[in-house]
Design a protein around this ligand. Structure first.
Ligand code: SAH
Length: 386
């Protein structure tokens, strides 16, 4: 029998408003309960559905399914299959197949890189149904191998071990996948995230189409923006990153795709951009895709100062008519803050900047209207009109 937990009126209201997370303080007595599936009750004893329970995390409960629906092996099969089916129109072979809460599968991420799947199980409740989840991923995607990239720091809050283990099959060091007309290699075992930044998949291709003359890819990782620009008409692209391994991978992908004109530079982006503006350089396209500067609420102000500095330098580097693609993946920096920061940077730069497009993560990273936490990536394509 699935154990039951009663929610406080506030907790129940949150669920009814469409948010699947219930915090510790919004639950009735639940001491001694082990991680796993629980049945939720409202204060009057009415069933509110089945959820994942985490005994140690601040987010104690993550809602899965309405009352009357049994969450068993076939439920996981059906839910993961449905998420994969929603992506049937994606031609790229590297894409996110399950975006956790955004797909109604809280704390589960599944990415596909060609024949290799990489999953993250990010809650103690989900960990208890690991076997069922693995079977469902296998059935829905039929990958040759599946890696559990369970080394994310959020697992510590769940008191789960941080580990990277193969669930089945031989997981290679490099997993090739296509993105538009190019082939890249994800690094499932040791790369950042699950091996690549799939959230910028559609943006790589949008920005690629603007490539001409000399361009700049700042925070380049495997050089996906850079190589898309070279493919579509840029003559030279400088790729800046602090990671030697990431730059080496971008160089390798350039030669695998038969592209010349890439100059990888290992440097701190802030220092490098400042010296480049001092030297009076100009670029047709500048991409700024920094890591999350605000990891928690308290660091938003400092993060915004960092973003502003980068964007200010980048705007100064634009050739007349040149484009700036700029992003922030800090969840705590909200859209309004991001655009305010851009307006301050534009004013200080002395350039007149048009908003060409407002962008977000690719469509395989869907945001739920009622769950702001499912959307973290904000981006804008801007143009210097003179
Ligand atoms: N643009 C990439 C993703 C970038 S993720 C893509 O679309 O695939 C952020 C990158 O910034 C990481 O590769 C990280 O190594 C790099 N990085 C972090 N801090 C940096 C710094 N101060 N200077 C330069 N690169 C940095």
């Amino acid at each position: 029998m699935t154990p039951a937990i009663t929610l406080t009126p506030k907790g129940a209201a949150r669920l009814v408003a469409g948010h699947p997370w219930i915090y510790r303080s919004d639950l009735g007595r639940h001491e001694g309960l082990d991680a796993g599936l629980v049945r939720l009750l409202d204060p009057r004893g009415k069933g509110l559905g089945t959820a994942l329970f985490s005994p140690h995390s601040e987010i104690r409960v993550r809602w899965l399914a309405p009352d009357g629906v049994t969450v068993d092996a076939s439920w996981w099969q059906q839910a993961i299959h449905a998420a994969v089916h929603r992506r049937a129109g994606i031609i790229d072979t590297g894409a996110r197949m399950v975006h956790a809460e955004g797909d109604g599968l809280p704390s589960l991420i599944v990415d596909r890189y060609g024949a290799v799947a990489v999953a993250q199980l990010l809650s103690a409740g989900l960990e208890t149904v690991r076997g069922e989840v693995i079977d469902a991923i296998r059935a829905a995607l039929e990958p040759r191998s599946l890696l559990l990239r369970n080394d994310a720091s959020v697992r510590t809050r769940e008191r789960l071990p941080r580990e990277t283990v193969a669930a089945f099959g031989d997981v290679p060091e490099r997993a090739p996948y296509s993105e538009g007309a190019l082939t890249f290699n994800a690094a499932p075992w040791k790369g950042q995230k699950t091996g690549a930044y799939l959230d910028q998949r559609e943006n790589h291709q949008l920005v690629g189409g603007l490539g001409r003359g000399r361009c700049l890819d700042v925070f380049s990782y495997h050089g996906a923006f850079a190589l898309q620009m070279l493919k579509h008409g840029a003559s030279d692209v400088v790729a800046i990153d602090s990671s030697k391994e990431a730059l080496a991978a971008s160089q390798e992908s350039a030669s695998e795709n038969g592209l010349s004109g890439l100059t990888p530079v290992e440097a701190d982006a802030f220092d490098w951009l400042r010296s480049e503006t001092r030297a009076g350089k100009r670029y047709e396209v500048v991409v700024l895709d920094p890591p999350a500067f605000a990891k928690e609420k308290g660091s938003v102000e400092r993060a915004l100062a960092g973003y502003k500095e980068l964007n200010l330098q980048a705007m100064k580097l634009l050739a007349p008519g040149g484009h700036l693609f700029t992003a922030s993946c800090s969840y705590h920096v909200h859209r309004g803050d991001f655009f305010q920061m851009l307006s301050e940077a534009a004013a200080d730069s002395g350039r007149r900047m048009q908003i060409v497009e407002i962008r977000s993560a690719s469509s395989d990273h869907p945001e739920l209207v009622t769950v702001p936490e499912t959307g973290y990536l904000k981006a804008a394509l801007l143009r210097a009109i003179e």
